[in-house]
Design a binder for this molecule. Structure first.
Ligand code: GRG
Length: 279
């Protein structure tokens, strides 16, 4: 993914020099796992499409993901000090700059995606997916539910709705974008569903790691358990959560085999890597 790191750096270089530009670069190039871009590149590979065609959309996804982390870490939200193994954006800079860096990354994502050197149908379709999955019917809704409704939740079925939106939507977006680029829109909703499943598995895994790893191993504050937050582990117990995570990943693997015109091997390898991640 060295090529992708350079691509992100080049996009940031194209902005005028400023404090906010450096805060954007600080958080964007802090060494995340790049799961969402990898999902896009791998799904394109499955459709037999050159990964470079996905570059602006992969960069846009990572910008939106990074903005969400910057804002989630702010004192008004999770109030975290550590992200991607480094001080959070507002700790390294200041709160106002961190808010602007998030705003800057969110809007720049749409500039980059809408300027992609491809046909109008692909550009518009991908921008639409990005907006739908990131916005108030997707990730932003998930964050809202997480902040305002999670307290009263006692059933896993209700917690699922939050995770589908907060985590799943931004994992669905790269799969849905690949399906737009490949002109296989008939499968769009099925890709959405696979992303949601993957998001649930990913989130349950995060909840398990939150109690098993130290902040240094995890690269971010392991705060949920200490904050008495409702998590899958709290609702189901650690053994049941682990069983559920494995089952969800298994279902994702099976589902990956069901798309027409799609070679699922690379995607299944990536899902296996996500399942065995250590941070
Ligand atoms: C502020 C609108 C808004 C949304 C915030 C991303 C998010 C929503 C909250 C962060 C907290 C959290 C546990 C979210 C679930 C998704 C998740 C596990 C994010 C971390 O993603 P990784 O592991 O991070 O892909 P890296 O750093 O590797 O990119």
């Amino acid at each position: 993914m060295e090529r992708f790191e350079k691509l992100l750096d080049n996009y940031i270089d194209q902005l005028p020099e400023s404090r906010v530009r450096e805060a954007m670069r600080y958080s964007l190039l802090a060494g995340g796992k790049r799961v969402r871009p990898l999902l896009l590149y791998t799904a394109l590979q499955g459709y037999g499409i050159n990964e470079e065609k996905g570059d602006p959309f992969a960069a846009a996804l990572e910008m939106i993901h990074t903005y969400s982390l910057i804002h989630d870490d702010l004192p008004a939200m999770d109030n975290d000090d550590l992200r991607r193994g480094r001080p959070t954006c507002h700790k390294q800079f200041d709160e106002a700059t961190a808010i602007l860096a998030g705003d800057g990354l969110l809007t720049y994502a749409f500039e980059v995606a809408s300027s992609a050197d491809t046909d109008d149908h692909t550009r518009l379709g991908c921008v639409n997916v990005l907006a739908r999955m990131a916005g108030a019917g997707g990730m932003v809704l998930g964050q809202d539910l997480d902040m305002n409704e999670i307290e009263g939740i006692t059933a896993w079925e209700d917690l699922k709705r939050i995770h589908h939106n907060k985590t799943g939507c931004l994992l669905s977006a790269p799969l849905m974008m690949a399906c737009v680029i490949a002109d296989h829109e008939a499968d769009m909703e099925k890709w959405h569903e696979l992303g949601e499943k993957l998001g649930l598995a990913f989130q349950v895994q995060d909840d398990i790691m939150d109690i098993r790893l130290t902040p240094e191993q995890f690269g971010k504050s392991t705060s949920d358990e200490n904050n008495d937050k409702v998590t899958s582990v709290r609702l189901l117990g650690i053994d049941e959560a682990e069983y559920l995570m494995n089952r969800l990943y298994e279902e994702c693997m099976k589902m990956a085999d069901t798309f027409s015109g799609f070679d699922s091997r690379a995607l299944k390898d990536l899902i296996e890597k996500i399942k065995t991640r250590t941070n």
